[in-house]
Structures are given as C-alpha cells and as structure tokens.
Design a protein around this ligand. Structure first.
Ligand code: KIV
Length: 264
C-alpha cells in the first residue's frame, strides 16, 4: 500500500468514503495503520483522553508534539495530522505560522488542523502559503467551549448560514479538507455538496465525504461520557478491568506465576 498524501485525500472526494481516527501513541497508531486507515489525527482531545484535563483548553504545543512523534513512528501509510492547541494560533498570523512550522518540524506530521471558520481565513491562508497543509474544523469547536456554553449542536436554524460561510471561508483559504463537528445532518450534506474539498464528519450524519471518531470512544474506554454520535465498537474498559482483576486474583492465590513462567 502506498503512503497516503494530501493530494490523494483531496482526489477521493466523490469516489469513496475517507476514514480518520484519532490516536495519541505508537501502538494504537500502528494498529490503525495496519488496518489501512486513511488519516490519523493526533487531536487535542489528547487532553481529555490521555492527560486527564477537563477540556482541551490546557493542551500545549509541547504535549501535541510529544504524542505526535510517537504516532508518526507507529505509522507507515496513513496521513498523520497534528492538531494546533488552544492559543497556539489565535494570537496572530506570525504566531500561527511559527507554531505550525515548529509542530511539523519536530513531530514530522504531514498536516495541521485548526479550529475556526471566517475568523481564521487569513490564518489558514498564511499557513497554506508556507506549504503546510491545513485541515479546517468548524461546527462544534471544543476550544470555544466557554463561548458556546457547552458541547452543543451548531448551525441550527438561523445559524446555518454562518456555518455555510465558515465552510466556504476555510475552502477559499486553501484547506485540503474540513472537519464538521456536531452539525445537523441536512446542513452537513448541503456543505458537503457545496465544497470541492472533502468534509470529514463527527456527529454530522452519513452524507459527509468521510468520518472521524475519537478512538477511545469507539473502543469503549471513555467511561460514561458518550455523545449521541458515538458508536461503541468494543467495551475495552470492561475487558481491561476483567484482565486486571484476574491477574490480581491469580497473584493473591499463588496461581501466577507458575513453573511455565519461571526460568531454570
Ligand atoms: O481533537 C480531536 O480529537 C478532534 C476530533 C474530534 C475531530 O478535533
């Protein structure tokens, strides 16, 4: 299988569904890559999944680079995208270019993702102009959690037009793809039909050009937090708890280790 590139992702629009998942470590990345996933996103959801933060706001550039380096090492074919964390691009174009460049150089990711629509048009264009591919992200943008007042569906009713303008701005700025998060299904379909770049949906219905989920949600490792759009394909939390309990019981009872696990 050939390594997946940014132009290849753009060319797939209208041909087949694109598939993306998040990963934050070497082993998970290598499993996803072996399955032939198109794109691995090292999302700033690393903050809530791996680092125990209450939301994505505290995530730093250094943390993103640290996790992305591990993901890149575990990946042969998938396109690896690094998320720009809160306040690594919002101060201005020079800051955004500097951080995007540093994140690409130190992590070896092949594209960056950042949140925002019309407000980020010039920033996306400036990063694209220095040859760093950008994936956009509109709709529910978790870095704006405090403005939005919670994790809510975006673009309902009269807000739909703003979301359409956001999508067009991201495309005009030169992004190669765009994440639509928590957007009504019909609006996501309309945006997908309107844009020439692929839309990658999460909580945006089945008509997007591709789909993304947070890997821990799909695997059943996110505890009780389960938004409506998540489908749990495994219950690894229960499976890990069962294995740990079995190990503890066997050590307590002197069953493990036995002779077969011992050196002579
Ligand atoms: O940080 C993340 O994992 C994301 C995806 C949910 C798209 O931005």
């Amino acid at each position: 299988m050939e390594h997946i590139t940014v132009p290849y992702i753009k060319e797939q629009k209208g041909k087949r569904k694109l598939i993306m998942l998040t990963a934050y470590d070497y082993i998970t990345a290598s499993i996803l890559d072996e399955q032939g996933i198109d794109m691995i996103l090292v999302g700033d959801s690393v903050g809530t999944t791996m680092l125990g933060y209450p939301n994505t706001i505290p995530v730093t550039v250094e943390e993103m680079i640290h996790h992305t380096k591990a993901v890149v090492k575990g990946t042969k074919n998938a396109l690896v995208i690094i998320d720009m964390p809160f306040m690594s691009y919002q101060e201005g174009i020079e800051q955004a270019k500097r951080n995007a460049g540093r994140m690409m150089k130190e992590s070896l990711a092949e594209a960056v993702k950042l949140e925002g629509g019309q407000n980020m048009k010039d920033t996306i264009k400036a990063i694209v102009d220095i040859d760093i591919p950008v994936m956009g992200h509109i709709g529910l943008t978790p870095q704006s959690i405090h403005r939005m007042g919670g994790y809510k569906v975006q673009g309902k009713g009269k807000d739909a037009e703003k979301l359409i303008q956001d999508a067009l701005s991201v495309e005009e700025a030169g992004a190669f793809a765009i994440v639509l998060e928590c957007v009504p299904r019909d609006l996501a379909k309309e945006i997908t039909q309107m844009l020439k770049i692929p839309t990658i949906g999460i909580g945006a219905g089945p008509d997007c050009d591709g789909q993304v989920l947070v890997i821990y949600d799909l695997l059943g490792l996110s505890g009780d937090f389960r938004p409506k759009f998540v489908k749990k394909y495994a219950n690894l939390k229960e499976e890990i708890a069962r294995a740990v309990k079995a190990y503890m019981d066997e050590v307590k009872e002197g069953i493990f280790p036995d002779d077969s696990h011992s050196f002579h």
